[in-house]
Design a protein around this ligand. Structure first.
Ligand code: XMP
Length: 190
Protein backbone atom coordinates (compact mmCIF):
# COMPACT_ATOMS: atom_id res chain seq x y z
CA UNK A 1 0.00 0.00 0.00
CA UNK A 2 1.21 3.51 -0.67
CA UNK A 3 -0.41 5.62 1.98
CA UNK A 4 0.92 9.06 2.85
CA UNK A 5 0.26 11.19 5.92
CA UNK A 6 -1.95 9.83 8.67
CA UNK A 7 -4.86 12.23 9.28
CA UNK A 8 -7.49 10.83 11.68
CA UNK A 9 -7.65 7.65 13.73
CA UNK A 10 -10.75 5.55 13.94
CA UNK A 11 -11.66 6.37 17.56
CA UNK A 12 -11.47 10.12 16.84
CA UNK A 13 -13.76 9.57 13.84
CA UNK A 14 -16.21 7.49 15.85
CA UNK A 15 -16.32 10.07 18.67
CA UNK A 16 -17.04 12.85 16.21
CA UNK A 17 -19.74 10.81 14.44
CA UNK A 18 -21.47 10.34 17.83
CA UNK A 19 -21.29 14.10 18.47
CA UNK A 20 -22.74 14.84 15.02
CA UNK A 21 -25.58 12.38 15.63
CA UNK A 22 -26.42 14.18 18.88
CA UNK A 23 -26.36 17.60 17.21
CA UNK A 24 -28.51 16.36 14.33
CA UNK A 25 -30.97 14.70 16.71
CA UNK A 26 -31.26 17.93 18.71
CA UNK A 27 -31.83 20.01 15.57
CA UNK A 28 -34.65 17.84 14.22
CA UNK A 29 -36.22 16.84 17.53
CA UNK A 30 -39.15 14.46 17.01
CA UNK A 31 -39.50 15.28 13.30
CA UNK A 32 -36.55 13.24 12.06
CA UNK A 33 -35.56 13.91 8.44
CA UNK A 34 -35.21 11.60 5.47
CA UNK A 35 -31.52 10.88 5.35
CA UNK A 36 -30.02 10.46 1.90
CA UNK A 37 -26.62 8.81 2.06
CA UNK A 38 -24.42 9.51 -0.94
CA UNK A 39 -22.50 6.45 -2.09
CA UNK A 40 -19.99 5.06 -2.54
CA UNK A 41 -17.71 7.31 -0.46
CA UNK A 42 -20.29 8.12 2.23
CA UNK A 43 -21.07 4.44 2.84
CA UNK A 44 -19.47 3.90 6.26
CA UNK A 45 -20.16 7.42 7.50
CA UNK A 46 -23.88 7.27 6.78
CA UNK A 47 -24.19 3.80 8.30
CA UNK A 48 -22.43 4.81 11.52
CA UNK A 49 -24.39 8.06 11.73
CA UNK A 50 -27.90 6.76 11.13
CA UNK A 51 -27.53 3.87 13.56
CA UNK A 52 -27.27 6.52 16.28
CA UNK A 53 -30.38 8.38 15.17
CA UNK A 54 -32.93 5.77 16.21
CA UNK A 55 -35.35 3.55 14.35
CA UNK A 56 -37.77 6.27 13.17
CA UNK A 57 -35.37 7.86 10.76
CA UNK A 58 -36.00 7.13 7.08
CA UNK A 59 -32.81 6.27 5.18
CA UNK A 60 -32.26 6.01 1.45
CA UNK A 61 -29.07 6.11 -0.61
CA UNK A 62 -28.15 7.66 -3.91
CA UNK A 63 -25.16 6.43 -5.84
CA UNK A 64 -23.37 9.34 -7.53
CA UNK A 65 -20.02 9.53 -9.29
CA UNK A 66 -17.81 12.44 -10.21
CA UNK A 67 -14.24 11.47 -9.40
CA UNK A 68 -11.80 9.73 -11.71
CA UNK A 69 -8.72 8.59 -9.82
CA UNK A 70 -7.76 11.61 -7.69
CA UNK A 71 -9.47 14.37 -9.68
CA UNK A 72 -12.98 15.60 -10.19
CA UNK A 73 -14.31 14.98 -13.70
CA UNK A 74 -16.45 18.10 -13.35
CA UNK A 75 -19.64 16.08 -13.92
CA UNK A 76 -21.91 14.42 -11.41
CA UNK A 77 -23.44 11.21 -12.78
CA UNK A 78 -26.27 9.11 -11.39
CA UNK A 79 -28.84 11.77 -10.46
CA UNK A 80 -31.20 10.82 -13.27
CA UNK A 81 -32.06 7.53 -11.54
CA UNK A 82 -32.76 9.19 -8.16
CA UNK A 83 -36.56 9.28 -8.26
CA UNK A 84 -37.57 8.99 -4.60
CA UNK A 85 -40.72 10.81 -3.62
CA UNK A 86 -39.53 13.51 -1.21
CA UNK A 87 -42.70 15.59 -1.21
CA UNK A 88 -43.25 17.32 2.10
CA UNK A 89 -40.06 15.91 3.62
CA UNK A 90 -37.17 17.46 5.43
CA UNK A 91 -34.03 15.99 3.86
CA UNK A 92 -30.52 15.61 5.19
CA UNK A 93 -27.88 14.74 2.58
CA UNK A 94 -24.91 12.91 4.07
CA UNK A 95 -21.64 12.66 2.16
CA UNK A 96 -18.05 11.79 2.91
CA UNK A 97 -16.36 14.95 1.72
CA UNK A 98 -16.89 18.49 0.47
CA UNK A 99 -14.36 19.30 -2.23
CA UNK A 100 -15.54 21.26 -5.29
CA UNK A 101 -19.12 21.20 -3.94
CA UNK A 102 -20.53 19.89 -7.22
CA UNK A 103 -21.87 16.66 -5.74
CA UNK A 104 -23.74 18.27 -2.88
CA UNK A 105 -25.00 21.14 -5.02
CA UNK A 106 -26.37 18.74 -7.64
CA UNK A 107 -27.84 16.36 -5.06
CA UNK A 108 -29.51 19.28 -3.23
CA UNK A 109 -31.02 20.53 -6.46
CA UNK A 110 -32.38 17.04 -7.15
CA UNK A 111 -33.86 16.76 -3.63
CA UNK A 112 -35.69 20.09 -4.10
CA UNK A 113 -36.96 18.91 -7.51
CA UNK A 114 -38.32 15.76 -5.86
CA UNK A 115 -40.36 17.85 -3.45
CA UNK A 116 -38.25 18.27 -0.30
CA UNK A 117 -39.35 21.12 1.95
CA UNK A 118 -35.92 21.53 3.54
CA UNK A 119 -32.47 20.31 2.50
CA UNK A 120 -29.56 20.30 4.92
CA UNK A 121 -26.08 18.90 4.38
CA UNK A 122 -23.68 16.92 6.54
CA UNK A 123 -20.15 15.85 5.61
CA UNK A 124 -17.48 13.98 7.48
CA UNK A 125 -14.68 16.16 6.13
CA UNK A 126 -14.38 19.51 4.41
CA UNK A 127 -11.28 20.31 2.39
CA UNK A 128 -9.71 23.71 3.16
CA UNK A 129 -10.28 25.09 -0.33
CA UNK A 130 -14.02 24.47 -0.13
CA UNK A 131 -14.65 26.67 2.90
CA UNK A 132 -15.52 29.64 0.64
CA UNK A 133 -18.12 27.80 -1.46
CA UNK A 134 -21.72 28.95 -1.30
CA UNK A 135 -22.91 25.40 -0.66
CA UNK A 136 -21.97 24.78 2.99
CA UNK A 137 -22.99 21.87 5.22
CA UNK A 138 -24.72 22.63 8.51
CA UNK A 139 -22.70 19.77 10.02
CA UNK A 140 -18.99 19.17 9.32
CA UNK A 141 -17.02 16.47 11.10
CA UNK A 142 -13.48 17.67 10.42
CA UNK A 143 -11.55 20.25 8.43
CA UNK A 144 -8.68 18.78 6.43
CA UNK A 145 -6.01 20.17 4.10
CA UNK A 146 -6.37 20.00 0.33
CA UNK A 147 -5.08 16.47 -0.12
CA UNK A 148 -6.64 13.39 -1.64
CA UNK A 149 -7.81 11.23 1.24
CA UNK A 150 -8.62 7.54 1.57
CA UNK A 151 -10.08 5.32 4.27
CA UNK A 152 -13.38 5.14 6.16
CA UNK A 153 -15.29 4.67 2.92
CA UNK A 154 -13.12 6.89 0.76
CA UNK A 155 -11.19 5.16 -1.96
CA UNK A 156 -8.61 5.43 -4.64
CA UNK A 157 -9.94 3.47 -7.64
CA UNK A 158 -11.86 1.20 -5.25
CA UNK A 159 -8.93 0.56 -2.89
CA UNK A 160 -8.34 1.61 0.74
CA UNK A 161 -12.09 2.05 1.39
CA UNK A 162 -12.09 -0.43 4.27
CA UNK A 163 -9.35 1.29 6.28
CA UNK A 164 -10.87 2.38 9.60
CA UNK A 165 -8.72 5.56 9.72
CA UNK A 166 -8.28 8.45 7.32
CA UNK A 167 -5.05 8.88 5.36
CA UNK A 168 -3.70 11.20 2.68
CA UNK A 169 -2.69 9.35 -0.44
CA UNK A 170 1.07 9.42 -0.93
CA UNK A 171 2.68 11.48 -3.68
CA UNK A 172 4.05 8.19 -5.04
CA UNK A 173 0.54 6.83 -5.48
CA UNK A 174 -0.55 10.13 -7.06
CA UNK A 175 2.30 9.79 -9.56
CA UNK A 176 1.15 6.28 -10.42
CA UNK A 177 -2.33 7.68 -10.91
CA UNK A 178 -1.04 10.36 -13.25
CA UNK A 179 0.68 7.70 -15.32
CA UNK A 180 -2.50 5.64 -15.37
CA UNK A 181 -4.75 8.58 -16.17
CA UNK A 182 -4.88 7.80 -19.85
CA UNK A 183 -6.34 4.38 -19.16
CA UNK A 184 -8.95 5.44 -16.58
CA UNK A 185 -12.24 6.42 -18.21
CA UNK A 186 -14.26 9.46 -17.15
CA UNK A 187 -17.65 8.55 -15.73
CA UNK A 188 -20.32 8.70 -18.43
CA UNK A 189 -23.77 9.87 -17.47
CA UNK A 190 -26.48 7.86 -19.13
P1 XMP B 1 -17.09 17.35 -4.86
O1 XMP B 1 -15.90 17.80 -5.65
O2 XMP B 1 -18.27 17.08 -5.71
O3 XMP B 1 -16.57 16.00 -4.28
O4 XMP B 1 -17.36 18.24 -3.65
C1 XMP B 1 -17.36 15.18 -3.61
C2 XMP B 1 -17.17 13.75 -4.04
O5 XMP B 1 -15.92 13.51 -4.70
C3 XMP B 1 -15.22 12.45 -4.12
N1 XMP B 1 -13.99 12.98 -3.50
C4 XMP B 1 -13.07 12.24 -2.92
N2 XMP B 1 -13.01 10.92 -2.70
N3 XMP B 1 -10.95 11.19 -1.59
C5 XMP B 1 -11.95 10.40 -2.03
O6 XMP B 1 -11.89 9.19 -1.82
C6 XMP B 1 -10.93 12.53 -1.77
O7 XMP B 1 -10.01 13.23 -1.33
C7 XMP B 1 -12.06 13.08 -2.47
N4 XMP B 1 -12.38 14.34 -2.81
C8 XMP B 1 -13.59 14.24 -3.45
C9 XMP B 1 -16.17 11.86 -3.10
O8 XMP B 1 -16.82 10.80 -3.71
C10 XMP B 1 -17.16 12.93 -2.81
O9 XMP B 1 -18.45 12.43 -2.57
Amino acid sequence: MKLGEFLLDSSTIQRRVAELAKEIGAYYGKELPTIIGLLDGGLFFVVDLVRQLGSDVRVICWRLRSYVGTSSSGRVCGLEVCQDDLRGQRVLLVDDILDTGRTLESASRRAWELGATEVELCVLVRKASSSGLSCQPRWIGFEIPDVFVVGYGMDYCGRYRTLPSLWALSPAEERIQAAERTTIQSPRCR
